[in-house]
Ligand binder design. Sequence first.
Ligand code: AMP
Length: 599
Amino acid sequence: METILGIDLGTTNSEVSVIHGDDVVVIEKDGNRLLPSVVGIDLAGNLLVGHPAKNQAILYPERTIKSIKRKMGEDVHVQLGEREYTPPEISAMILRTLRSYAEESLGQKVSKAVITVPAFFNDTQREATRLAGELAGLDVVRIINEPTAASLVYNSDSTQRETLLVYDLGGGTFDVSIVRVEEGVLEVLASHGDTHLGGDDFDQLLFDYVCDEFKKQHKIDLRETPVAVSRVLQAVEEAKKRLSTEPFTQIKEEFITEKNGISLHLDMELSRHQYEEQIMPLLEKTLTCLNDALNDAQLHPDDIDKVIMVGGASRTPRVHELLESRLGNKLHGEIDPDLCVTMGAAIQGGLISGTKVGRVLIDITPHTLGTSVFDPRIYSPFIFSPIIKRNTPIPCSRSKVYGTVVDNQETVEINVYQGEADDVRQNAQIGSFHLAGLAKVPHGNQIVCRFDLDINGILHVTATEKDTGLAGDITVENVLTEYKPEVNQSFREHLNGFFADEEAVSVEPEQVGSESTIDDKNFINRLGLADGWEQHYAKEAALIQRAAAYLSKVADDDKKDIETRIKELVDAIKRNDSNQITSLVSQLDDLLYYLEDSV
Ligand code: AMP
């Protein structure tokens, strides 16, 4: 069978893959599967493509071209060194490099390719892409949409009708598309996006934050020194990536600058929470696009069967949380979000050349793994806090940070659960250990809980007191097989849950179950929401239930406030207005937090 390359010609990075045997193989060069879509000319006049060009971009911007994809189809020229080039000529340099990597790896010449483009590209932009391929010596057998390619990876052998939502958050662009798959035919029903929104903007926010903090401390603006700018930009991008799996990270750059002949170092801690708050307005923009796409396709969140996560920045944990609360628990990111589009292009190539392609197989955890936390606001010790979500590729590591509940709390018990329910009593407890001898400090003492899961299903759980480094751990085997929840676990066993709280231990079991009374339920039933709404708005439903439980306990004025807030939230839910929902959830949450002391 003839080999057809599958190429994702991206704004930030590009990749190439082929079908080999029954599998899709992404071509690697020097351990890298991503080729930065950057082209440059060095001082000696040599052409640079990929990492070397990216590395010189800050120092020699006039000799470097980034994000050429944004100019495809425009009648413009870009200056590179002494000469001017058209966008297809620059893209051809990237394509030629990918082609040479593939030929080197396969040990044979290749001349055909499927190249992907965004769904919103018009005919001129598609033609420019085809031309770039031809200039690189490739016969472009098909140009396909990126969301279509991603859908092929998740749906290559399905005969069922499915509706997929592809959420693609890359370095410089964002788009969301709804794809209908029926009897092997894929159709993009709607597509919305923002061609100037992505991980690079997140880097810029972090970069400004770090420079501002450094300036406050040392009265020096790092933005004024090009080398410092390039180092800080690289450091914040790496820090941002670490924050997708760690709750805290350090940004350390030695000898970043000097003042009065004395060297200064950059040394800063960043928390995931802090970072995610900074990017929240940008994430909300992506949700607006998502709503627009649903509206255009005249679909409801219920109609979506799978949500496919594409693009490096879609790994951000807050993105997952926002999408889950909007669309429910159907996110798929198990295929590397950076490689999903090129793999889909290769599958399309395989279909054209008649090569049989099996389902793309990867090792994932089929069950969510996490711990239990005590939520003092509803006085429940049964709250499941997922740490590694199901469908996560393995091996993997994830950490979250928790706080102690009472002052001078000396011990926490870490319970490890497997399952999907929000209430740990419906999940299986697969391990437990104590971390004793904590520092005698006020409540909120931070404990970092880290889960490392290896390819053989061995889970290593570590809990570390952040300030002292005091740590405890446990290893659980066979966590990829399903454990059955133990029924009738007693409430008292759970009272010593993660937040081993003296107050909680003194509460009688019946009191906990009394949070939701018949009156509260009637109130919720009267809100006029469609049957089953709780499944799509699980977090909102839990919040409304929690709020309703306050109605019988607070003064009349507060009761009115709660009712108004709930009604506003319910109206927003009925309208599917995600921006309003996010804002009203936080208002209602704040109100309950404030009322907590008065009940
Ligand atoms: P893409 O255009 O799809 O290659 O995505 C590149 C963007 O994804 C860049 O902004 C990267 O910094 C970002 N990115 C890559 N890995 C991660 C990660 N683990 N967490 C957050 N962002 C990431």
